[in-house]
Write a protein that binds this ligand. Sequence first.
Ligand code: SAH
Length: 483
Amino acid sequence: MRYFPLLADTRDKTILLCGGGALALAKLRLLLKTEANIVIVAPVIVPDIEDYVQNARNGRQHVVWDGRAFAASDLDNAFLAYVATEDAVEDQRIAALAREAGIMVNVVDTPDESTIITPAIVDRDPVVVAIGSEGAAPVLARKIKAGVEESLSVSLGDLVNAAAPHRARVAQSLDHRAKRRLWENFFDGAGEAAFSAEGANGIDDLIDRLIAADGIDKQNRGRVVLIGAGPGDPDLLTLKARKVLHRADVVLYDRLVDPRILELARREATFIEVGKSGRPGGESSWKQGDIDALMIEQAKSGALVARLKSGDPLVFGRADEEIAACDAAGVPVTIVPGITAAAAAAASMGVSLTRRGRNSSITLLTARDVDGFANHDWRRLSEPGMTFAVYMGIQAAKALRTKLLMNGADPATPAAVVENASRANEIVASGILADLTDIIHDSGIEGPAVILIGLARGSAKAERTDKVVIPFAEAIRLNGGSQ
Ligand code: SAH
């Protein structure tokens, strides 16, 4: 290891930044994260740097600018020097003087002239992760950084700060093993959940509870999370959904949930398909009551239950019934939203769901409800300019078309059908309302599909990924890492 990573205390230190252009600006943004006094030496500075200098006068940050060329005496009080004059000869001269004076120096993008190099940094102050490649593969370092960024909650720093005051109490109350167990549980999601729900008080209560249970997190683990699995493409899953899946003990999923999403869950988890087929007439061995009972039984036995539903769990997902069942059983339940099919279908059509002057509202409706073909205000839906997305509408398309035309809808209203939105086998078929059934028939669409009425195809395309890229943090886990 030629370059040894260290964490240097910057409080009350002076960091010299030579240069006032774009390169210096990039370094300044990084240095502003420190607690150092930053002295910029440059004859001229770009307006953005000037803004920082101005703002620093009012704020806590200490940034000053000396509007002149570098002088050797600038190094006198410097702890560290960054050189970015954008003049190679001048950079070399300053670097040589700094090295001579025994001051750590970095010449931007020139490791040969530098005694230190700046790593890629993931900042969750007070937690920081530094990634270095000895300057040999900065692109790789940035890739790794992206993976680490993804795996660490944005509020991790706040969580660590909130936990700090409790360290002594925990150390006094528990033996070494129980203490370790407590902090493992704390940082394995329990802390984050308590913190996001109730802030510092939540942490206080959680620590009390964990101390009382010898570090074991009984209460917090046994719970249900209703998760939106999105329309199919695993890349459309939220980071939060991913995190819960990583930790879930039991995964209950609907049939429409893409199998590639299940791959993202913990391998040791128990997977149970509780779905209805998503198509009218499709038989289901699962009644809602059975699903509720299983979910509650698992959570009560201490399992973290991930209840995966396609799209968004709160859109035609019968989430309320499951939430009510959890409430009645005293099982904590939380929700992670997902991308609903209509949003994915609109992206596939390259058109926005609302537009000023065209439609200022969008209705999501289901063609089916408990009694079969759902009843709606057909007259209103048939008005000129109405825009709506129909879920579970393929079998009912003929009736839908008839109802709309009978109520005076313009037969030339744009109509589109998007099957398997966001998946590799996606079909987008479009035309006019009068031809709705032909559109479906001719394209061989059977569902799952969303019908969009009032929206014509646009020019943009949905961003596609055809394979699941396993991010760095996940790769570590799959290779038998810490979880
Ligand atoms: N909660 C889901 C909807 C469940 S109801 C959501 O928010 O998307 C099931 C209906 O959703 C299907 O009949 C179909 O109309 C629609 N649907 C689900 N996934 C879809 C997809 N990938 N493409 C198009 N429609 C989809």
